[in-house]
Design a protein around this ligand. Structure first.
Ligand SMILES: [Zn+2]
Length: 271
């Protein structure tokens, strides 16, 4: 039980205001809320019994490798030592990304992969309020003066098949927690792209090149704005770059990227 208390304390420290908790709860499906009343709370990862709904057990919490400073100011990846504020990784210097800054809550470990996959493909949304708090903390710098949060869009038919866009759900939850406007329509996926699973970095880049667009009618919402793009995972960063390119072309003043997890080289678990 001691380890469970560690997870609980950590989460209590950053508990959102009651209004945000209420808003997040409304977003959960009615069936889910019924289940909460009927079923005892379980860990959102391993399903072990715990004290409250929507949290991780101590053992699973301990397996999440949260990204903490020192980090690369551009890519948000951990740095081996603290070289002062604004330090850059070798990769960010060698090939600077199109986006301004990226931040992620945790490394893309096996536990994070399982958490995100069950959220994405198995409709398990009970972790959403917790994920939103992780994103808000990891993206504090980006959100401080952001004008707009934009989720990475799915192609229309894929959205229908998967029934919801997990990035939009994350974006809406972070928007509510941080009081920043969210627009799920300014950025559009104009081309159906192959799944990124199993593709090399170069193939991923080609796969998503030109896949996103800001249509003329929406350019006014983007021009001169400081935008945070929200996604579930940053692997090679190809999707983030493609979104950032489209938003910058439409006149965005700044484009940052915020994700739950980031593959930190070597990329062991590419989606
Ligand atoms: Zn667990």
């Amino acid at each position: 039980m001691a380890s469970m208390a560690i997870g609980g304390t950590e989460l209590d420290l950053e508990a959102p205001p009651a209004s945000a908790r209420g808003a997040a709860a409304i977003m959960r499906p009615i069936v889910g809320r019924f289940a909460d009343l009927l079923l005892p709370p379980v860990c959102i990862s391993c399903r072990a019994p715990i004290g409250s709904h929507g949290l991780l057990c101590g053992a699973c919490f301990a397996r999440i490798d949260f990204i903490a400073p020192p980090i690369c100011a551009r890519l948000g990846v951990p740095l081996p030592y603290d070289a002062g504020e604004g330090s850059l990784s070798a990769r960010a210097i060698a090939s600077p990304p199109v986006y301004d800054r990226a931040r992620a809550a945790a490394r893309y470990s096996e536990t994070m992969r399982e958490l995100i996959q069950s959220f994405k493909y198995r409709d398990r949304q009970e972790g959403l309020p917790l994920f939103a708090r992780w994103l808000k903390r990891a993206g504090a710098e980006l959100l401080a003066d952001a004008d707009l949060i934009v989720p990475v869009p799915l192609y229309a038919s894929r959205l229908w098949w998967r029934r919801f866009n997990q990035s939009a759900m994350l974006a809406l939850s972070v928007g509510k927690l941080s009081g920043i406007a969210v627009d799920c329509f300014v950025l559009k996926r104009v081309r159906r792209t192959a799944s990124q699973v199993g593709l090399t970095a170069d193939q991923r880049r080609r796969n998503v090149a030109g896949a996103f667009k800001v249509e003329k009618a929406h350019r006014g919402q983007v021009r001169g704005k400081k935008i945070v793009v929200v996604d579930d995972v940053i692997t090679t960063g190809a999707t983030a770059e493609s979104c950032a390119r489209a938003l910058k072309r439409a006149g965005a003043a700044r484009v940052d990227v915020l994700a739950l997890a980031r593959a930190v080289e070597p990329a062991a678990f590419l989606l």
